[in-house]
Design a protein around this ligand. Structure first.
Ligand code: HEM
Length: 432
């Protein structure tokens, strides 16, 4: 017999899509895909994307219901991502084996590891400021942000230099292009090329790991890492975790930085408001103080700007889980074995007030009515959050302390949304 709680449960609304071809087309073309369907069906609905049933959720209640039931869900990625990351990758693991690998890889993002990386990151920011200052023509700032975010992981964390890093970059770009593709390795297809690039990437990362003890980067911190049974992780296992770091940490950080620069340059009154704070900060910080010099306590306006960028143009538009049993999300019963997408981009604009506007002050004044989880949550919350925040804060203070940038007119400043938001014409910028 149904309990009184069961009686209040609503059935899972469905868009009635069958093949999911048109839905997939709309998903990739329309940035408001989820928002429109939430309006029609409520905070939890199911559709089909190319034959893959998917439940979308938004809002504080739905997200906290999902994250409060970690034993009822597991990680999930589309098959193309799963295959390209590999079976050892912690992204493809659950339970104790996931937790063990998070513990090992998490050492790369501890407070002392970040302190070790700070001098290298500060020097990259200074190099970019000098390049912008010396440039006689406009520079595409979005491309420079990509180069910076890649170098932080490849050089500062993994310890790669020069041609080793450049060759890694070439293969990584081939690998990335097929991440969200049809996972069939037909000769000449982007997926087949990506699988080959994956083999080369793993070989290169294996070599990097062998040199880990030379003190470049942070890989020596991984020595002695154990799996869930207390057995040392094999090199094969560790290199797949390193590949995951490139995937998870590069595009995301570059996107946040490009979107942040774009909003500041498009909103001079916010830039002036932020500059009042930045002008009072010391640049560069002493490396041992870099992780706290521009944190929420010492730079509250910068903190608000970063939160607002992650709300309005989140680098990761959504993250996934699969239900292991039926569970209730915001009053809706979601059956077992369903893929759930937490639609962060839509959720961040869902709530009372002017949530379509870029207004960092909201995070200082009245708080923000939307539930914000730009780095995900629960057992799979982003491992690289402290590094991403450090990179973003150092870059913003470093550039805005020294330079006055302006946008070149007549460029397309709209955002290309996939895989992560980025200005279409590359954010062409000059120093005033
Ligand atoms: C602005 C930059 C970044 C954003 C917005 C971001 C966001 C996210 C999100 C939403 C997830 C999924 C969490 C979940 O499933 O609950 C995630 C996972 C992850 N991120 Fe980040 N991330 C960023 C930068 C980085 C960096 C710099 C690194 C490392 C170099 C990194 C490493 C990871 C890893 C390893 C995971 C998988 C965690 C797991 O499955 O247990 N991320 N990130």
């Amino acid at each position: 017999m149904a309990s009184s709680d069961d009686a209040k449960l609503r059935p899972l609304p469905n868009t009635a899509a069958l093949s999911g071809v048109l839905e997939a087309f709309a998903f990739f073309r329309d940035p408001a895909f989820a928002q429109k369907r939430f309006k029609r069906h409520g905070n939890v609905f199911e559709t089909s994307l190319l034959g893959q049933p998917m439940v979308f959720i938004q809002g504080g209640q739905a997200i906290s219901d999902l994250l409060a039931q970690p034993n009822a869900v597991e990680g999930w990625w589309p098959e193309s991502v799963r295959k390209l990351l590999g079976s050892h990758s912690l992204a493809n693991r659950n339970g104790a084996s996931h937790r063990a690998r998070r513990r090992v890889i998490g050492q790369l993002f501890s407070a002392s590891a970040l302190q070790r990386y700070s001098a290298g990151i500060i020097s990259m920011v200074k190099d970019l400021a000098d390049e912008l200052q010396a440039a006689t023509t406009a520079l595409p700032l979005a491309e420079r942000m990509r180069r910076f975010a890649f170098s932080v992981i490849a050089t500062t964390v993994l310890g790669l230099e020069g041609t080793d890093r450049d060759e890694l970059f070439v293969d990584f770009e081939i690998w990335t292009r097929a991440l969200f593709s049809i996972p069939i390795a037909l000769p000449g297809s982007s997926f087949a090329k990506a699988l080959k690039a994956r083999e080369r990437l793993l070989k290169r990362l294996q070599k990097v790991l062998l040199k880990a003890s030379n003190g470049n980067g942070g890989l020596d911190l991984l020595a002695g890492g154990l799996d869930e049974a207390g057995i040392p992780l094999t090199d094969e296992d560790v290199v797949e975790q390193l590949l995951l770091l490139l995937f998870a940490g590069y595009e995301t950080t570059a996107s946040s930085l490009s979107c942040l620069m774009r909003e500041l340059l498009l909103n001079p009154q916010v830039e002036t408001w932020l500059r009042e704070e930045i002008d009072g900060l010391d640049w560069p910080p002493a490396p041992e103080q870099a992780t706290t010099a521009y944190d929420q306590v010492n730079a509250p306006k910068l903190d608000a700007v970063v939160s607002e960028i992650m709300r309005l143009t989140p680098a990761v538009g959504g993250f996934f889980r699969r239900t292991k049993c039926a569970l209730v999300i915001d009053g809706v019963e979601v059956p077992k074995n369903r893929v759930v997408q937490v639609a962060l981009a839509a959720s961040n604009r869902h709530g009372a007030g002017d949530l379509e506007a870029f207004r960092p002050q909201r995070h200082l004044d009245d708080g923000c009515s939307a539930t914000l989880l730009p780095f995900g949550g629960g057992e799979r919350v982003c491992l690289g959050k402290p590094l991403a925040e450090l990179e973003i804060r150092l870059m913003v203070v470093g550039l805005f302390h020294q330079l006055r940038l302006h946008l070149i007119p007549d460029q397309d400043l709209t955002l290309q949304m996939l895989p992560s938001p980025t200005p279409r014409d590359g954010l062409l910028t000059k120093v005033l």
